[in-house]
Design a protein around this ligand. Structure first.
Ligand SMILES: Nc1nc2c(ncn2[C@@H]2O[C@H](COP(=O)(O)OP(=O)(O)OP(=O)(O)O)[C@@H](O)[C@H]2O)c(=O)[nH]1
Ligand SMILES: [Mg+2]
Length: 254
């Protein structure tokens, strides 16, 4: 089973389109979608309604608690699948990449990381300001944390990992970035990158802020001094678009 952890803060317009697309993306594959929700609008009601008709949906609502990364860690604890994915609710991470990541995990990856920045990937036409912000975040992250250097797109919130690797990891993320925490604190030896196209947000608002950037730097330094993975035993491989298509075709033919 795949457990898909989705942190939500005021995403009511995105929940049902997301669930429909996840269901189409994983034909015949067992999965659960765990929403860890800190919203102060109707989002939990929309998710609760979905739980009544969709057996794949799990809702964990937190009162008076916030924070994207801690929400994801909570989702990891609730996950029951062998593989655990993390994905934003706002459809910027197209749910169709779940099958790409699953194919990578079946090819014995410890962690699958879709990338906007390898051949076949795209950042979905981010404006120049967002490009600069996200490029700088990656650059700074790679300077501070050597284990991130071979990874092309290590600062998004989109990945899949073997659940057993999360079990003994000491995940204590502050703020926003959960993927760098997982790479640094889990014993990931084989990472597979697959190309994908990022999309613009269709509904709801961005929650990014200056505070988030400061917390990110603080998190990177914490991991530099306390992280378990120095990157020396880690291998990163990449699939081309044609290799990915071939692997997925095999998977859906089975
Ligand atoms: N549970 C929980 N989820 C959050 C919190 N903040 C953001 N999220 C969710 O985390 C995901 C990423 O947040 P976004 O605001 O889309 O961040 P972003 O993708 O970096 O920024 P944009 O590109 O502007 O959308 C979305 O699914 C949000 O709903 C929070 O405090 N708690
Ligand atoms: Mg977003």
């Amino acid at each position: 089973m795949i457990s898909i952890v989705v942190p939500t803060f005021n995403e009511k317009g995105n929940i049902n389109p997301l669930l429909e697309r996840i269901d189409k993306a994983l034909p015949g594959i067992d999965y659960e979608v765990i929403f860890v929700d800190d919203s102060n609008d109707d989002t939990p009601e929309v998710i609760k309604q979905a739980t009544e008709t969709n057996k794949h949906v799990v809702l964990h609502h937190r009162e008076n608690e916030k924070g994207l990364a801690t929400a994801v860690v909570k989702g990891f604890k609730l996950a029951k699948g062998d593989f655990v994915a993390c994905m934003d609710a706002d459809l910027q991470h197209p749910p169709e990449v779940l099958l790409d990541m699953y194919a990578a995990m079946l090819a014995h990856a410890d962690m699958a990381i879709p990338s906007r920045l390898i051949p076949g990937g795209s950042d979905g036409g981010l404006d120049i300001i967002r490009k600069i912000i996200s490029g700088s975040a990656r650059y700074i992250a790679k300077i501070i944390l050597p284990c991130l250097r071979p990874i092309s797109d290590p600062t998004s919130g989109l990945f899949m990992v073997r659940r057993e690797l999360l079990e003994d990891a000491d995940l204590n993320p502050i703020g926003w970035k959960i993927m760098v925490e997982v790479i640094s604190q889990c014993n990931v030896k084989k990472i597979l990158e697959t190309p994908y196209s990022f999309h613009d947000r269709e509904s709801g608002e961005s929650k990014i802020s200056l505070k988030v950037s400061f917390e990110f730097i603080q998190q990177l330094f914490n991991l530099r001094f306390n992280g378990k993975n120095d990157g020396k035993n880690m291998k990163v491989a990449r699939w081309s678009p044609s290799k990915l298509a071939e692997k997925k075709a095999k998977l859906t033919a089975e």
